[in-house]
Every structure is written in C-alpha cells, then in structure tokens.
Design a protein around this ligand. Structure first.
Ligand code: COA
Length: 171
C-alpha cells in the first residue's frame, strides 16, 4: 500500500487488476479525452508501462481501491510527462464511470500532491488536461492548481491542445 486516505487505498496495480483497468480504459465515455476506447492490446500495454514505471521510477498510476469493498474504482498517481519539452511530475486520474462525482478523484489527487511534496521532495507538480476535459480541469483547480500554459500534444494522430496546471511547494 502506498497511500491511505479517509475512504481510499492507493497501491501498485498487478496483472490481476486487468479486468478493472479494462473497465475504465475500454469505456468510450471515460476515454473521450483520448478519442477512443482502448483495445485489449492497448490496455495490456498501459498496464505493462505502469509496472515498468513502478520499477524504474518508483511510482506510476496506482490502483485506487475503495476501503469499504476492496474494489478498484480508478487509477491515480504520479508519472513523468513532457510539457512542451520540459520533463514534469504529473498527477493523473481516471475513474470508473459509476464512481464519478463522489469526490474520489479529488481525495486521491490531493493525497498524491502531498506525496509528491513530502515523499518525493518535488518543487512543483502538474496535472495536464486536454482543453475539452472540464471534469479533469475542475479536479486540478480543486486540488489547488493554477493553469500555467497551453500547449499542443500530438496523440492518436491528432493535434490536441492541453493546459498544464501546477501547484508549487513555495505557494
Ligand atoms: C476527471 C475524473 C477523474 C473526475 O473524477 P470524479 O471522482 O468524478 O471527481 P470528483 O468527484 O473528485 O470531483 C472533483 C471536482 O471536480 C468537479 N467535477 C467532477 N466531474 C465534473 C464534471 N463532469 N463537470 C464539471 N465538474 C466536475 C466536481 O464538481 C468537484 O468539484 P467541487 O468539489 O467543487 O464540486 C473523472 O471524470 C474521469 O475519470 N474522467 C475520465 C478520465 C479522464 O478524463 N481523466 C483525466 C485525464 S487528464
């Protein structure tokens, strides 16, 4: 277990989490900002990348588990990302649709922010959000972040404008 909050546990994913992960990554609505629901191959590649990140970086997107049921309801965690040529630490979050709007993303993202500052000694932590993803922007804002820049990310054969939100330790 990496992080515990009032209602949630964050822990590393394992192969056994594949069905719960697929429930999120293969849901067209949850994946609208990514322009497509993932195939089985893309879902497995995503999981493999996270397992690799745990090994090489010591962190990644973790499984978010509801304490009351033990169910994996989402993913939230920290990854290295590129913002217009700069390597930044990012808090990412993706939750199963039936669990949206219960404050879970904010609860997990807030704990990841504290983890970045306190355990990783980060000076700044970002959330990178596509310009049409209102829900995600609101999580970043409610997590104490400010928009710093707009940049275009090439993904899935498309140019997608994104906003980089961040929180700084000094602030
Ligand atoms: C973005 C996402 C993680 C939000 O999860 P959530 O658990 O529903 O968010 P929370 O309940 O913690 O809400 C946090 C804040 O965002 C706001 N919010 C959540 N969903 C929203 C929506 N659809 N529209 C507008 N605001 C929204 C909430 O109102 C809340 O603010 P408030 O406390 O001031 O009311 C979820 O919608 C999701 O998994 N989306 C698909 C994956 C994705 O796009 N991830 C982000 C990639 S950058």
């Amino acid at each position: 277990m990496i992080i515990e909050t009032t209602r949630l546990l964050l822990r590393e994913m394992t192969q056994e989490d594949y069905p719960a992960l697929a429930g999120i990554l293969q849901d067209r609505e949850a994946m609208f900002a990514y322009e497509h629901a993932f195939s089985d191959e893309e879902t497995q590649a995503w999981l493999n990348r996270m397992l690799e990140r745990y090994r090489t970086d010591g962190f990644g997107l973790w499984a978010v588990v509801l304490k009351t049921t033990g169910e994996m309801i989402g993913q939230c965690g920290l990854t290295w990302q590129d913002v217009a040529g700069q390597r930044v630490l990012e808090i990412g979050y993706l939750f199963a649709r039936k669990h949206w709007k219960n404050g879970y993303a904010l609860e997990a993202a807030g704990a990841c922010k504290a983890y970045a500052f306190e355990r990783l000694d980060a000076e700044e932590v970002f959330s990178i959000v596509r310009d049409n993803n209102i829900a995600s922007m609101n999580v970043a804002i409610r997590n104490g972040m400010t928009v710093r820049c707009r940049f275009v990310k090439r993904y899935y054969g498309m140019d997608m404008p994104h906003y980089a939100f961040s929180a700084r330790r000094e602030e």
